[in-house]
Design a protein around this ligand. Structure first.
Ligand code: FES
Length: 151
């Protein structure tokens, strides 16, 4: 599977982040395994420790298995001022996990992130590729319920 993804891209170092993105996006647990790193290292002919350097530099990558739905709550100042800490508290309570944690059913992983570029709708979070703004605690409950039903 990893070789198949790699082969869609020319074997140049410039394609590293695109390949890593696709590997992570297509993995059901949204992460990049050791096996994937080895495959990419072999394909691009770059040392695996260089790839790990990239993986740890960019917060969007994970080397640990995550949930089916990745929740990223913005923690930058405009969202913080509008109460993102209350939203975080609500998410922790609803999901029963701390930041970086994955729910037991594997449905959600809770993460913090920097500005998502929609500060006018603060506080904001993303679940996978969907953006949710003007969050309130009630809205969080509704959104999680909707995502759970999609299961
Ligand atoms: S500060 Fe949260 S979206 Fe910009």
């Amino acid at each position: 599977m990893y070789k198949e993804i790699c082969s869609k891209y020319a074997p140049t170092k410039d394609n590293l982040i695109y390949i890593l993105h696709e590997i992570q996006d297509t993995h059901p647990q949204h992460y990049i395994s050791e096996e994937a790193v080895e495959a990419v290292s072999e394909y691009l002919k770059i040392p695996s420790n260089h790839i790990y350097g990239v993986l740890t530099f960019y917060t969007m990558y994970s080397t640990k298995p995550r949930g089916k739905n990745i929740i990223r709550l913005c923690e930058s100042p405009p969202c913080y001022i509008k109460g993102s800490d209350n939203i975080m508290r609500k998410l922790r309570t609803e999901l029963g996990v701390e930041e970086g944690g994955t729910t037991k059913d594997g449905l959600f992983t809770l993460e913090l992130c920097a500005c998502l570029g929609v500060c006018g709708n603060a506080p904001v979070m993303m679940i996978n590729d969907d953006v949710y703004g003007d969050l309130t605690e009630e809205k969080v409950e509704e959104i999680l319920e909707k995502v759970r039903r999609r299961k």
